[in-house]
Design a protein around this ligand. Structure first.
Ligand code: HEC
Length: 188
């Protein structure tokens, strides 16, 4: 019974891959280059908690209280978050809704035509991952901008990859999706 359910999930995931692969061909993305290899970081399939792990990067990636939300926020008198994307958990809507939409149906970047912030199960198609992994994401600069306050570690970049690869849940990843057939980042 369990095995049949797991097989069903894998078949559904593979079918979704096919549909998304053809949609990627249809838009006009520039292939990213200058990307940090995450191949040496062991994948984490289960137990990545969006609030603690991913929002933790947004608010404090260097252990000294600096994060993406230092710029990507509507707090501090700014009326529009830098880059149009609010990643501050103190703001409404939440970073999760800003990245995935109310119904997890994707949010288009208002800055870069053809780019979606997060495509669940497809970090390689997600602007969020391209921006933190590559010097030339094809859409503006690598994030955090100018390596702000030390930038991200390769483990933090891999964590964002693994969270998206596992379906980008609002709660905690459960290990169902990528285990065993993970492409692990860009080849560049
Ligand atoms: C020092 C300020 C600063 C910090 C820190 C920063 N960003 Fe940005 N971000 C920007 C600016 C400016 C832009 C718009 C220019 C660009 O895309 O290169 C931007 C754009 C983006 C975009 C594209 C937004 C859009 O609407 O398409 C994403 C995604 C992004 N940043 C993610 C992040 C993440 C994730 C972090 C933390 C790891 C981060 N940023 C940290 C300044 C910052």
């Amino acid at each position: 019974m369990r095995a049949a359910t797991a097989r069903g999930a894998i078949v559904a995931a593979l079918a979704a891959c096919g549909a998304l692969a053809s949609s990627l061909v249809a838009n006009a993305q520039t292939p990213p280059s200058g990307c940090t290899s995450i191949a040496g970081v062991p994948p984490i399939y289960s137990g990545i908690e969006f609030g603690a792990a991913i929002e933790g990067i947004f608010t404090n990636y260097n252990g000294m209280g600096n994060g993406c939300a230092d710029c990507h926020t509507t707090n501090g008198g700014s009326t529009m978050p830098t880059g149009e994307l609010d990643l501050d958990p103190a703001d409404t809507p939440s970073p999760y809704v800003n990245l995935l939409g109310m119904n997890r149906d994707g949010v288009d970047s208002p800055l870069y035509a053809g780019y979606v912030y997060v495509v669940p199960n497809h970090p390689e198609q997600s602007l969020l991952f391209m921006k933190v992994d590559c010097d030339n994401p094809g859409a503006g600069a690598r994030m955090p901008l100018n390596n702000y306050m030390g930038g991200l570690s390769v483990q933090q970049i891999a964590l964002i990859y693994d969270w998206i690869a596992e379906g980008a849940p609002a709660g905690t990843t459960d290990g169902i999706f990528r285990n065993g057939f993970d492409i692990r980042g860009f080849n560049q």
